[in-house]
Design a protein around this ligand. Structure first.
Ligand SMILES: C[S@@+](CC[C@H](N)C(=O)[O-])C[C@H]1O[C@@H](n2cnc3c(N)ncnc32)[C@H](O)[C@@H]1O
Length: 288
């Protein structure tokens, strides 16, 4: 320890170069760095043309905190995202230093009194889009003298929601009830189920991270989602055709998931599909 000469000094820990994990000099205090909440408010007003959120943090403040706490490949989590300052700070840091940081922002759909952005989550999303557009424009305006790198300014949004699959309730009594239940579950998707939501629900249930690459393919004239570079195929086409089944098999994925109802009760087709998938090396085929 280094003890201060003067009484108002502060004790400091002496660290040798070999002990340092990064050559970034930590800051002891950010107070007085000329970064004030009013800067955050001005930034949001500039992006939205209106005050859509009170007391957003300034981008520069969050940038400094990110530079302190993560390297240029880090994942930055903000569980109280608000106007999305953290997302813009990550985008701007990547734009400046060629980093590949990613962010996860979590924001409740807290209502606002703003018709164009009814919830704060809508403000968060809009801010990210505005910021991405502003960064693109700023970069377009600049001469690319130092071989500027491409940066990914995209983001995906997810919201917590009820499952799109009907929850099975064991029949209480009587054969009639059993028959009614079986008929009810023959189509096990809830009415109005959004296919993209079903896709991500199945990915999560299959243990696939939400960051996995998803490509839309046209196989046998039907839409098939190829996940993680073809490791998993999810086909939500309904009804499903033999041509599509054959085309999926020919692409040799490891796992194939289809909708049970897509076979329209054609047990023959379903059985053949199970056998064909197996005989062509598809490790797992299942219907949901
Ligand atoms: C102080 S604001 C954050 C402002 C943000 N740093 C910015 O620069 O805009 C806190 C935010 O956290 C949100 N929030 C509060 N509790 C939450 C929770 N449990 N999960 C997600 N968001 C939450 C609030 O809706 C509010 O928008």
């Amino acid at each position: 320890m280094l003890w201060p000469q003067s009484p108002d000094g502060r004790p400091r820990r002496k660290a040798f170069l070999s002990e340092l994990r990064s050559d970034y000099t930590g800051f002891s205090s950010i107070i007085g760095e000329g970064i004030f909440t009013k800067h955050g408010t001005a930034e949001v007003e500039r992006l939205f043309g209106a005050r859509v959120m009170d007391f957003p943090k300034p981008v520069d403040l969050v940038r400094q905190l990110i530079e302190q706490g993560s390297d240029d490949q880090g994942i930055v989590l903000d569980f109280f995202a608000g106007s999305g300052t953290t997302g813009e700070a990550v985008m701007r840091l990547n734009a400046d230093d060629g980093g590949n940081r990613r962010f996860i922002l979590v924001q409740l759909p807290e209502p606002t009194e703003n018709d164009s952005h009814p919830t704060i989550a809508d403000v968060t999303k809009a801010r990210l889009r505005h910021a991405a557009a502003a960064i693109k424009e700023e970069r377009n305006g600049k001469l690319n003298l130092n071989g500027d790198h491409d940066i990914d300014l995209g983001f995906r949004t997810y919201k917590l929601a009820a499952s799109d699959f009907k929850i099975w309730e064991p029949p209480r009594d009587g054969e009639e009830e059993v028959a009614r239940q079986l008929e009810f579950y023959a189509d096990n998707l809830v009415p109005g189920a959004q296919l993209e939501a079903v896709l991500y629900e199945l990915m999560l249930k299959a243990g696939i991270p939400l960051t996995a690459r998803v490509d839309k393919l046209a196989l046998g004239g039907q839409e098939v989602f190829s996940i993680a570079d073809g490791m998993l195929f999810i086909c939500l086409a309904d009804p499903i055709t033999r041509a599509c089944i054959r085309a999926m098999i020919a692409s040799r994925p490891q796992v194939v998931i289809c909708l049970d109802r897509a076979f329209r009760g054609n047990d023959h087709l379903l059985t053949n599909t199970v056998l064909e998938m197996k005989s062509h090396g598809v490790e797992h085929f299942r219907t949901v």
